[in-house]
Design a protein around this ligand. Structure first.
Ligand SMILES: [Zn+2]
Ligand SMILES: [Zn+2]
Length: 373
């Protein structure tokens, strides 16, 4: 089926014109080809036709572009590229979020004792080893959780950084999450330290509950801020007001024992912070998936979305837009089939199932399923 995967990707790039990204000629591109180890890097294009010609003739399994702009993007050394700035980028990946569906589709095998099972345990429940071989899958439940994280991030960017929703570009990664690119000149020149501070901020790191509390009568504590306070304190106050609504007499939040406030603040921060992969945000030379190309582990399209689309669309809508191959039935064989995957529930004890072509491609690319036809 590798040749089937290659042929399907080929047919996609033949019939598709991938829209060139902004500042196309100032970006570095990287590609991974089918059956070839390592990445082709330091590639640049003069225009959209050159980029599409490359995709049609080389048919990459994975396609990336730089979030940074360079004077000479194809220079072989980073130091010779002439860095001009980089978009501020956030990666929301479901690996960083606990979802109930992981029990339905993720599997692990311990490399130490050979035990195996479903879900995503931190360590082997039999021997405690962290050396696990993992296989993870995506379904509509995962996409929904990732979407919630993305919406929290948009809220933080808008209210705390003044980045409006039409100043961000959003992509569904074609796998387990979303990428959010801030497309504003004044963010391009931020260095790594500034990006780390922003990353820490949206993750809610370094917030000291104690500093938000004031000691009151009878050993109780009051929250120092109210719903109108900008930033995290106001966000926490609004969350507390919702949670404590039955106990609020008159205006303002009630006074509580210190430990109760501290728990509540921790819960609020955990609920309201965005679960991003900080490494992506901090890296000013990052290569990231090129919108409009196919994800090489799923065969799904890397899909551009506006903020209002992200709000309005369901996970099912998003997956349907990202599916570019047909529904014709294909017979595949695979051990440990996920029971929930993309939009499908697979209820079968057998290793052999009939599935739509686009799902067969995903099972093959990510799980090594054998196509029987
Ligand atoms: Zn083990
Ligand atoms: Zn899932």
């Amino acid at each position: 089926m590798s040749s089937l995967a290659l042929n399907l990707f080929k047919s996609y790039y033949r019939r598709t014109y991938v829209p060139p990204p902004s500042h196309l000629e100032k970006r570095e591109y990287g590609f991974q080809l089918f059956g070839v180890q390592g990445m082709l890097r330091h590639i640049s294009f003069g225009n959209g036709n050159e980029l599409n010609e490359f995709l049609r003739s080389r048919v990459p399994q994975h396609a990336y572009y730089s979030t940074a702009l360079y004077e000479s993007p194809s220079a072989p050394e980073m130091s010779g590229k002439g860095w001009l700035g980089a978009e501020l980028v956030f990666d929301i990946d479901i690996d960083h979020v606990d979802t109930p569906c992981k029990e339905l589709h993720d599997t692990w095998k311990c490399k130490n004792c050979g035990a195996e099972g479903r879900g995503q345990p931190r360590a082997c429940p039999v021997c405690g080893s962290e050396n696990l071989e993992r296989k993870s899958w995506v379904c509509d439940i995962c996409i929904n959780s990732a979407r919630d994280e993305a919406l929290k991030l948009l809220d933080l960017l808008e209210n705390d950084f003044g980045v409006s929703r039409n100043e961000v570009a959003i992509t569904f990664s074609g796998h387990r999450g979303f990428h959010i690119h801030v497309q504003r000149e004044d963010f391009m020149s931020l260095d790594q330290d500034a990006r780390r501070e922003i990353s820490d901020y949206v993750r809610g790191l370094g917030l000291e509950p104690e500093l938000m509390l004031r000691r009151s009568k009878g050993g109780l504590y009051a929250f120092r801020y109210d719903a109108e306070t900008p930033g995290w304190p106001g966000r926490i106050a609004r969350y507390a007001a919702l949670l404590l609504s039955e106990r609020i007499a008159g205006s303002g939040l009630p006074e509580l024992p210190k430990a109760e406030w501290e728990d509540l603040i921790k819960t609020a921060v955990n609920e309201l912070s965005a679960k991003i992969d900080e490494k992506v945000t901090i890296d000013v030379h990052r290569l990231i998936r090129l919108p409009g190309t196919l994800h090489g582990k799923t065969g799904l399209k890397v899909l551009e979305l506006t903020a209002s689309e992200l709000e309005a669309l369901t996970a099912e809508d998003i997956l349907k837009k990202a599916i570019v191959f047909g529904d014709e039935e294909v017979r595949v064989r695979m051990r440990k089939l996920p029971s929930r995957v993309l939009l499908y529930t697979i209820e079968s004890d057998s290793d052999v199932v009939n599935v739509p072509l686009h799902l067969a491609l995903y099972l093959h690319l990510n799980g090594g399923a054998e196509v029987l036809r």
